[in-house]
Design a protein around this ligand. Structure first.
Ligand code: BES
Ligand code: MN
Ligand code: MN
Length: 456
């Protein structure tokens, strides 16, 4: 046990109390009625950073504020690292499916249940506590640290890229470190090698000005719901490949080494299926489940709305139909180009007799890491020490839009070491974070700063 581990153990109770305080703030970035709560969470983060000895500030954006904390007393000879996380959370609905209220953190079976527990408040806060351990025990950090906590990750990080671009001097450094992802399995520390990108759309189809009697008009007026269904049906071929022309043009081959590494991972496919509750797994022909999630782009229907959906039957020809559609992207697909392809395709296949619009809601670039150099060596050692097992390299199907921006704008490598677990219900009812991972994560990160200062 190091001096830092002992400090974290000794203060375990208070650290949990503080985390629970943060979890009680319903900082739902998507809902305007919560914008005061989002700001309250930002202020809470700023104060938490100031309390441990950081210079901390709230930085306004056209949307939710960005919290920046700085500690630069390690001097110009020491590395400078930016720690990123997000203090905003997804909406908690449907509320009736929560076993304990989403904003009243509750520990059951070693799990901290609350909206945002693992995504990302718990993972962001364990970084703050690891930094506190250094400053409290030794009065200093072995590296210069900038903490950037944003409040718009769950709504697409709309304002963060601009903030980074107009603060490059202030945010420049040797690396970016993020904990906003999961471990491959319980007890198995993991370093991320890739994230998928995202291009999100809303498709609106309009026909007659009002809903029509389906007997008096049906067959003579194009039905917007049918038109939308026909459009959507062209997105995939029978083998599950995306059939939008040009969709795969920019996809870079993953490489045989990386594919072999994925095959070597002890993936529990039936456990994965069981966790979803789906009667069978399925996807693009020619790829394994992990390859489908980590290495292949998708076109996914997220929501559908049209016509009569109430009790019983109503003979109606709906005047409009709407779909939410998002594509997960892999290197080197670009959300803007995919947006143009999607829009052109939808317009081309749209049946006559309806008006179709495609809105681009938000996007983020995909990312793949180099995984070499002192940054990753330090992470490997710190994770192995804290968890008693060598970390594995894993991919990820989700997106953190800012990761590509950090790499592109600041030119620094990004290390993603997450402490979530499979089945943690992120974005769903009953989100939880493993308490063991919260505790070990803080110790791993505290050790990481020591490793980084010596592994150069
Ligand atoms: N922390 C997640 C990203 C993630 C998801 C990491 C799954 C590991 C596993 C992040 O907060 C998130 O939810 N991202 C969104 C993107 C955003 C633009 C709404 C996503 O992936 O849907
Ligand atoms: Mn997250
Ligand atoms: Mn999320």
């Amino acid at each position: 046990m190091t001096d830092l581990d002992r400090y974290l153990s000794d203060h375990d109770r208070r650290i949990h109390d503080e985390l629970f305080e943060l979890l009680r703030i319903p900082s739902v970035s998507a809902r305007s009625e919560h914008s005061g709560d989002v700001r309250r969470a930002a202020e809470w983060m700023r104060d938490a950073l100031a309390k441990i000895g950081f210079e901390a500030s709230i930085n306004e954006t056209p949307g939710h504020p960005i919290v920046v904390g700085e500690w630069r007393k390690a001097g110009p000879g020491a590395p400078t690292v930016l720690v990123y996380g997000h203090y905003d959370v997804q909406p908690a609905e449907p509320l009736d499916l929560w076993e304990s209220p989403p904003f009243e953190p509750t520990v059951r079976d070693g799990r901290i249940y609350a909206r945002g527990s693992v995504d990302d408040k718990g993972q962001l806060f364990l970084h703050v506590k690891a930094l506190e351990a250094h400053l409290a025990v030794r009065g200093k950090l072995p590296v210069n640290v900038i903490v950037v906590a944003e409040g718009e990750e769950e709504v697409g990080s709309e304002n963060l890229a601009d903030f980074i671009a107009s603060n490059t001097k202030r945010l420049a450094g040797d690396a970016v470190v993020i904990s906003d992802s999961s471990m491959f399995a319980p007890g198995q520390p993991s370093i991320l090698s890739s994230l998928r990108g995202l291009a999100y759309f809303q498709i609106d189809v309009t026909g007659p000005t009002v809903d029509l009697h389906s007997g008096s008009y049906g067959g003579a007026v194009m039905n917007p719901a049918t038109a939308l269904a026909r459009i959507i049906a062209t997105f995939h071929d029978a083998d599950g490949h995306v059939a939008i022309p040009g969709f795969y043009d920019a996809v870079r081959d993953w490489g045989e080494d990386a594919r072999a590494a994925i095959r070597r991972l002890p993936f529990d496919e039936s456990g994965f299926q069981h966790e979803t509750g789906a009667p069978a797994l399925g996807g693009e022909k020619g790829f394994s489940t992990l390859e489908r999630i980590w290495t292949r782009p998708t076109c996914e229907l997220n929501g559908l709305l049209s016509g009569y959906t109430g009790e019983g039957a109503k003979t109606v020809l709906p005047s409009k139909a709407m779909a939410k559609v998002s594509c997960r992207l892999v290197p080197d697909q670009d959300p803007d180009s995919i947006g143009r392809l999607m829009e052109a395709h939808v317009k081309r296949v749209a049946p006559k007799g309806v008006t179709v619009t495609v809105q681009h809601l938000h996007g983020g670039r995909p990312w793949r890491a180099e995984l070499e150099g002192p940054l990753f060596d330090a992470a490997r050692r710190a994770l192995a020490a804290a968890f008693g097992r060598e970390p594995v390299i894993v991919g990820e199907g989700g997106s953190i839009p800012v990761v590509g921006d950090f790499q592109r704008i600041l030119g620094t490598p990004v290390l993603l070491m997450g402490f979530g677990l499979p089945g943690e219900n992120a974005h769903a009812p009953n989100e939880w974070m493993s308490d063991e991972n919260f505790v070990k994560g803080a110790k791993a990160v505290a050790g990481f700063w020591d490793e980084l200062a010596t592994t150069r």
